[in-house]
Ligand binder design. Structure first.
Ligand code: FE2
Length: 413
């Protein structure tokens, strides 16, 4: 067997110790004690090897812009949208490309090898779309960047937004987006969901909607998304992002809703850092956490991923491109602290979002050779310590290395 790269002595998330043989950007063997000539050998030294991190919900056109032209003083979603409107008219295409590439480098260093980014299409200048299409091409060999045509100010509420979504798809944007809870009425939101699903069915595309991102217990757009998914034959190809209103819904209604979502195979993406930051802002005590009902969705057979959503932008002052930080917050908010639940939380930032994006990832023979080596013994230790990404391998190439952090306290005790 002619091997380009042999990763030795790795421990998979299930605890099994294996070598991974890679040639032509494909995983050729995953088994203990592979004997083969390899052009390059990487010794994982008994540390965790995993599928790469995947961030299935992000906004790359806004990232790393925090403070420009001002900060979000109320901390709310709505002030963030208004602030983004101010920033949009100020930033150039080069500004967007420079910030996005800066973020992509940080993300790859943290082991993220695929990102689904919403891109606001409602700016008539179209510079956000053009900039992120350019970035998608520039990073293609290393990072899968999937773009969603996102009408930030509403499919119907923003003049000309529907035409701009179509223009973005014609230009090569991958997925149909929407924001039904931001339309003027619940009826307009339902119409926007219908229009998005019909457009996706016509073009054989996926749908990913910002859906029910509010504290409103009566928001009903994911119900419409489930129904339209079935009507348009899009089962398994639609996603409801956020779904924060489900946190506040009546329990009886949720017991009816979950089987409808499962039947339509709509997947869900919770964004724990942002949900807990933006939701509950109008509450006195007790304050709602705002994140959707993750364990209940999973118990109904619905695929759920954790996304990052924002890094230093009009909505969020923090963030670091670390999906372990995202999963760490998510498992706390969802009370997912049993060993099995924590392993599930790790999958919610690796394999689950890869499935939602339709990517060929996984530590199996025949898959694309993209994987990471973490300075941890297992997924639970990785979540606890959020350790160095010792090696990041994309399409068979080592694209980042990080030395393990070592601290030696002196003159104590
Ligand atoms: Fe978002």
């Amino acid at each position: 067997m002619s091997i380009d790269l042999l990763v030795r002595n790795g421990v998979r998330p299930d605890g099994s110790r294996v070598d991974v043989a890679i040639s032509d950007a494909t995983i050729r063997a995953v088994e203990p004690g592979i004997v083969a000539e390899a052009k390059e050998i990487l010794d994982a030294s008994g540390r965790l090897i995993s599928s790469p991190f995947v961030d299935a919900h992000f906004h790359m056109d806004a990232t790393l812009s925090y403070g420009t032209p001002r900060i979000n003083r109320s901390g709310t979603l709505l002030e963030g949208i208004a602030l983004w409107g101010e920033l949009k008219s100020l930033q150039t295409r080069d500004d967007i490309v420079t910030r996005a590439l800066d973020y992509c480098r940080q993300a790859v260093g943290r082991g993220i090898l695929a990102i689904r980014s919403h891109v606001d299409v409602t700016d008539p200048s179209f510079r956000t779309v053009e900039a992120l299409l350019e970035v998608r091409d520039l990073v293609r060999e290393t990072l899968d960047l999937q773009l969603v045509a996102f009408p930030q100010n509403g499919w119907y509420r923003a003049p000309g937004a529907e035409a701009q979504v179509i223009r973005a798809l014609d230009a090569g944007v991958d997925v149909v987006g929407g924001i039904p809870h931001f339309e003027r009425t619940m009826a307009d939101g339902a119409s926007a969901v219908r229009a998005a699903c019909e457009l996706a069915a016509e073009r054989d595309l996926r749908v990913d909607l910002h859906c029910d991102e509010s504290d409103d217990p009566m928001s009903r757009h994911v119900e419409t998304l489930a129904a339209e998914t079935v009507r348009c034959g899009l089962q398994g190809r639609t996603t409801g992002s956020h779904l924060t209103s489900m946190h506040s819904m009546d329990n009886y209604y949720v017991s009816k809703l979950l089987p409808l979502i499962a039947e339509a195979r709509v997947s869900a993406i919770a964004n724990p850092l942002i949900n807990v930051t933006l939701q509950g802002r109008m509450d006195s005590y007790p304050k709602r956490r705002g994140m959707t009902r993750v364990p209940e969705l999973q118990a109904s057979g619905i695929t759920v991923a954790f996304g990052q959503d924002c890094v230093r932008d009009p909505w969020y002052p923090l963030g670091s491109g670390d999906m372990l930080e995202v999963a760490h917050m998510g498992l706390h908010l969802a009370h997912m602290t049993s060993p099995d639940d924590m392993r599930t939380a790790f999958e919610m930032v690796t394999l689950a979002p890869a499935g939602i994006m339709g990517l060929d990832l996984g530590l199996e023979v025949g898959r694309r050779a993209s994987l990471i080596v973490l300075d941890a013994a297992d997924p639970i230790e990785a979540l606890r310590l959020r350790p160095a990404r010792l090696a990041v391998i994309s399409n068979g190439r080592v694209v980042s290395r990080t030395e393990p952090a070592r601290t030696s306290p002196v003159n104590v005790f």
